[in-house]
Design a protein around this ligand. Structure first.
Ligand code: ADP
Length: 202
């Protein structure tokens, strides 16, 4: 395990990617749970045999990757399917994140885990960094970025923990209700703090 593992989390559109990008520019290794999940379900992905065994060959697109539209449809209508898919993917994602964290050369690594609280993975990390903003602003940014309908955005928000739950689980906070430029200074400050923490723990 790396000397210090910091989880980066926040709701959809809160600014996680924008924050992660800034840490990466400062030389911090970012381990992204969504990217790992995508790789596991890509052509020849390590999760594909278990997914086909659980859901049948229809779960696999002609490319050999997960048929995402097919799966999304089923997950949307059936909580049992969602649970079964998660029971396959989540342990694999966790194992891969930890494997990568072992190899991180720097003093600490940032684990970008959007559904940290939803999947109860707080215990995996040393600190939890939450990106926060008012919900109305979050909805507006998602609308602008993804062009989703309000109904879809609200359904996604309802599937995630609420703002209070996130705030109460945060060790550190980034207020992203300001301009993008404001993120640079806050990320620099936190980067310095985590580097110091990692040294102290050595
Ligand atoms: P997440 O990764 O949490 O879903 P993003 O980093 O993609 O969120 O941010 C969501 C959208 O809002 C993106 O289009 C991003 O460029 C924009 N955005 C992020 N932070 C700000 C900000 N402080 N001001 C204006 N737009 C922002």
């Amino acid at each position: 395990m790396c000397r210090l593992c910091v989880a980066l989390t926040g709701g959809i559109g809160s600014g996680k990617s924008s924050v992660a990008e800034r840490f990466a520019h400062r030389g911090v290794t970012v381990i992204d749970a969504d990217l790992i999940s995508h790789a596991l379900t890509a052509t020849h992905g390590a999760a594909m045999p278990a997914i086909v065994a659980a859901f049948g060959a229809a779960a696999r697109a002609p490319t050999g990757a997960l048929d995402r539209a097919w799966m999304r449809e089923r997950v949307f209508h059936d909580a049992g399917v969602r649970q079964e898919l998660e029971s396959i993917l989540h342990p694999m994602i966790r194992a891969e994140m930890l494997r990568l964290a072992e190899q991180v050369p720097g003093p600490y690594s940032l684990l970008a885990i959007p559904l940290l609280f939803e999947t109860g993975q707080q215990a995996l990390v040393d600190r939890v960094l939450v990106v926060d903003l008012p919900e109305a602003m979050q909805i507006e940014r998602v609308r602008r970025r993804d062009g989703l309908s309000d109904a879809t955005i609200h359904a996604i928000l309802a599937s995630q923990v609420d703002r209070q739950r996130r705030l109460s689980g945060a060790d550190d906070l980034i207020d992203n209700s300001g301009a993008l430029d404001a993120l640079d200074a806050r990320v620099a400050e936190l980067d310095g703090f985590y580097r110091t923490l990692a040294q102290v723990r050595r």
